[in-house]
Design a protein around this ligand. Structure first.
Ligand code: SF4
Length: 446
């Protein structure tokens, strides 16, 4: 059931029901009603009709709806002082999710002149023989006038850009303000991901009208050679580290290059099972292969087209047996009724599948998003369940679960992991404040 509220096409009758309310108050009421209706699988009119007859004034109507929309926070007595932006959901923006598990082949391959003779350009044209190929002077000029909106983002896998990356080979991880930094550096192995995680930050951040992959990985290596020992770098920030490896073959090249720098660590982060390139070369002790983990129920609902939990753990076990160190990221942990049993089960499954000694680190982070990301999510994934949760604006401006909920999640996750992890495994919280680390009992390790 997709519920749409548009102030100019109000079908709930909010202007008539609340004739004395100004436009901002009507907007708040509409947002609360639509969110309650979506979560409870009701019509907005039914929600409105449940407002007690005695609730006529704005404070009483709002208090009734807040208690219904945020029952846990209300029970705790939390003060709820949120902005409730207009509901603007366009059904034309919904992401079609019926393509099965295959990564769609591009229809167009755009190749920058500078890399037209690269191995990647050759491999792409061979791998996708039905795609049309167009040589372009450079990506920026070519895409300068292209409109970029949600429907364009939904079509992003149709266009593949093979470029010469000149500047952004590595960047320090852009931590949220006020959170404990982990000193990570992000390697740019591409921009854009064909998976569809409902919470993905790329959907509100990306401004590329396709998938962009640099062909000049040797320049990334050259930049990296200038780094100091002790650095921890990884890909997986702006794309999944291994999802395109069948095309790029970067994984094997990275292992071979980093082998010469044993005091620097490189981490692949993936939700795929594409480990053939890693298994085709000798493992190196400074290479960590990381998987994001969630209960299968969450994968089914929120991580479309990604590998199953069992598939991820099986790929991790193969990498560990091959000699790689592994890493696991419970990030984002999704809070839902029964989350404890589901996540404790994943922790147990992980340690049954993968030897504890192979695990370099485990991170835990809870769902977070910017307000603009929330708007994109509700348009692209109208059936999502992550937005049904009680999310509040945190100090960094992101929407997060209430501190009490996050604390409960971290304490439980750290306890379950601590019972079975090897003493050498580092466990850290991702994008959390120092006070939350302390309250959760986590140690600062970086
Ligand atoms: S795998 Fe990562 S980059 Fe890809 S859609 Fe999911 S969250 Fe985004």
């Amino acid at each position: 059931m997709t519920l749409v509220y548009c102030p100019s096409r109000d079908r709930m009758g909010i202007p008539e029901r609340f004739a004395g309310f100004g436009p901002n108050k009507r907007q708040e009421i509409a947002r609360l009603v639509v969110e309650i209706a979506k979560r409870d699988r009701l019509t907005p009119v039914t929600v409105l009709e449940c407002i007690p007859a005695g609730c006529k004034a704005y404070p009483a109507v709002k208090a009734h709806l807040l208690a219904r929309r945020f029952p846990e926070a209300s029970r705790r007595g939390d003060k709820i002082s949120e902005a409730f932006p207009a509901v603007e959901i366009d059904p034309a923006c919904a992401m079609p999710l019926g393509r099965g598990e295959n990564i769609p082949a591009p229809r167009m391959i755009y190749v920058e002149e500078a890399v037209k003779n690269s191995a990647l350009a050759r491999r792409a044209t061979q791998k996708f023989p039905d795609a049309r190929v167009s040589l372009i002077a450079d990506y920026k000029t070519h895409t300068r006038r292209q409109a970029f909106d949600i429907p364009a983002y939904n079509r992003r896998t149709q266009d593949l850009f093979i470029i010469r990356e000149q500047y952004d080979h590595f960047k320090p991880c852009p931590c949220s303000p006020g959170v404990v930094p982990c000193g990570y550096h992000n390697a740019n192995l591409g921009f854009g991901c064909p998976f569809e995680c409902t919470y993905c930050f790329l959907q509100s951040y990306a401004n590329a009208p396709g998938i962009v992959i640099p062909a000049n990985i040797e320049d990334l290596f050259h930049t990296f050679d200038g780094y100091q020992d002790g650095v921890r770098v990884g890909s997986g920030e702006t794309t999944d580290s291994l999802v395109f490896d069948g095309l790029t073959g970067f994984a094997g090249d990275i292992v071979e290059h980093f082998r010469a720098f044993p005091r620097r660590v490189f981490e692949f982060k993936t939700k795929s099972t594409n480990v053939a390139g890693l298994l085709a070369v000798k493992a190196s002790s400074n290479i960590v292969v990381g998987w994001s983990l969630n209960p299968q129920k969450v994968i089914d609902a929120e991580e479309h087209f990604t590998a199953s939990l069992a598939g991820r753990l099986e790929a991790a076990a193969r990498c560990a047996a091959h000699g790689y160190r592994t890493a696991f990221h419970f990030d984002p942990v999704i809070y839902f009724p029964g989350w404890e049993g589901a996540y404790e089960g994943v922790v147990q499954q992980l340690f049954r599948a993968v030897p504890a000694q192979s695990i370099a680190w485990i991170s835990v982070g809870t769902l977070r998003m910017t307000p603009s990301q929330k708007k994109v999510i509700e348009n692209r994934f109208p059936e999502n369940t992550i937005l049904d949760a009680e999310l509040f604006t945190a100090a960094d401006g992101k929407l997060r679960y209430a501190p009490a909920v996050r604390r409960e999640i971290y304490r439980a996750m750290l306890a379950w992991i601590g019972r079975v992890a090897a003493p050498s495994t580092k466990v850290y919280l991702c994008m959390e404040t120092a006070s939350m680390w302390k309250e959760a009992g986590a140690r600062v390790i970086w």
